[in-house]
Design a protein around this ligand. Structure first.
Ligand code: GLU
Length: 428
């Protein structure tokens, strides 16, 4: 764990400023895009199961809607901060722009730990969150989705509250709903699969074969699990995964030299992606300290947990064998670590491109919900692959052409698109 003080908002603004300079953006456009358009901070009072009352703090931050309604997940996390939500809302704007879908960027959060909340208490939080935001959200305003520690069940509670308050059905209000209740086939897999589509193209650009590739993954939540799933079905091997241990309040890494067995690991994992350490050890995994995932002799590293994981300290552990880093999480790499990665010439696929499969499929879900006509899984997955692969190549072509890192190229494309939309609307 790093001791450097980390502020994701400052990091998002630093990244923006650097690219704004390269693009020569005018003052007004910079002023518009380096801070969110609108922020909502509010209380959510809940009656707890024991009859007591508790007040939780909630947020929705809309960064930019020039290209379409706000879009982005809602996180439930005990360490949630306004600055984290601000940064994440900004990254959503770049994410929807880089994959070229007609949506803007927003993010929400509630400071809470769902581990300590009953399903009824969580339902009350979801309904309270929607009640506080009713005038600011909606299918043509701002469309929430799942994120860290929120699930399709949370989305359905939020939808139900929204429909009660508005008195009409509006399945396009939210995405990541359960299949059969307005959800899209393929949405659960979409983020993890999207990461691997970019890894597939990156490996082939570097002349490496997927069947011989090895990877190490940080995290074992939804993104990580489906990334491992697709990596394995392409013939690659994941040697190590790490996961949070709620009881120990620290992460552990699980290594197996013949590759991890996804199905078996899932059978010893709770709904938050926390692997049971004793069971894993019994099943033959070597249990290592949490940061060991980054120290593996593999071709590909996939941070798919939280922000600030590859930092000044942990970056030192990256082995010479690593050729690709695909950021499944949002903001996992800090700028000082990024500088080291650039120096080492590791091909890094940046977060808002690598993990854009989730929001891309959310867009498909919203289209299907609005039409009330649902596609087959194959249709969804093949559209997702096409959209992600096209986005990957537009970024990598710019990176090659200008001889710049993928992160800079992705930022240049995304910021230019958003700036153009603001200009065309006459905002700046
Ligand atoms: N929470 C996901 C993300 O960070 C998905 C957002 C969405 O589907 O709107 O990209």
């Amino acid at each position: 764990m790093s001791t450097e003080s980390f502020n994701p908002y400052r990091m998002a603004q630093e990244q923006f400023d650097a690219v704004a300079n390269q693009l020569g953006l005018d003052e007004a456009t910079r002023d518009l895009l380096r801070v969110p358009d609108r922020e909502m901070h509010f209380n959510i009072p809940i009656r707890m199961d024991d009859g007591s009352y508790k007040v939780f703090r909630g947020f929705r931050i809309q960064h930019n809607t020039a290209r379409g309604p706000g879009k982005g997940g809602v996180r439930f996390h005990p360490q949630e901060t306004v600055d984290t939500v601000r940064a994440l809302s900004m990254w959503m704007t770049w994410k929807t722009a880089v994959v070229d879908i007609p949506l803007g960027g927003a993010k929400g959060g509630v400071i809470c730990d769902p581990h300590n909340l009953s399903p009824r208490e969580q339902e009350a939080l979801c309904r309270g969150w929607v009640r506080q935001l009713i005038d600011a959200i909606g299918p043509d305003r701002d469309v929430p989705a799942p994120d860290v520690m929120t699930s399709s069940q949370h989305m359905l509670w939020m939808l139900d509250e929204y429909e009660h308050l508005t008195g009409r059905k509006a399945p396009g209000f939210i995405t990541g709903k359960p299949v059969g209740m307005g959800g899209s086939l393929g949405r659960t897999e979409a983020t993890g699969y999207g990461v691997i589509y970019t890894v597939r193209e990156a490996l082939s650009e570097l002349g490496l074969r997927m069947e011989e590739a090895t990877a190490s993954v940080q995290g074992f939540g939804n993104v990580a699990q489906y990334a491992i799933d697709l990596f394995h079905s392409y013939g690659g091997k994941v040697l190590c995964v790490s996961s949070w241990d709620q009881t120990a309040q620290e992460a552990f890494a699980f290594f197996r030299k013949d590759g991890v067995d996804l199905k078996q690991l899932r059978s010893m994992t709770n709904s938050y992606g926390e692997i049971n350490r004793d069971k894993a050890a019994e099943a033959g995994y070597t249990v290592l300290p949490g940061d060991a995932w980054i120290e593996q002799e593999v071709d590909v590293l996939i941070p798919a947990a939280m922000e600030n994981q590859i930092n000044r300290d942990t970056v030192k552990g990256i082995k010479g064998s690593v050729k690709i880093i695909a950021e499944g999480a949002n903001g996992p790499t800090t700028p000082p670590a990024d500088a080291v990665i650039r120096e080492k010439k590791i091909w890094l696929v940046p977060d808002f491109l690598a993990n854009a499969g989730g929001v891309t499929c959310s867009y498909f879900e919203q289209v299907q919900s609005n039409m009330n006509y649902f596609w087959t899984r194959d249709e969804v997955i093949s559209k997702l692959d096409t959209q992600m692969t096209d986005a990957y190549f537009s970024v990598s072509q710019m990176a090659h052409r200008r001889n710049i890192p993928m992160r800079d190229a992705a930022y240049m494309i995304a910021i230019a698109r958003v700036a153009e939309a603001c200009k065309m609307r006459g905002w700046v």
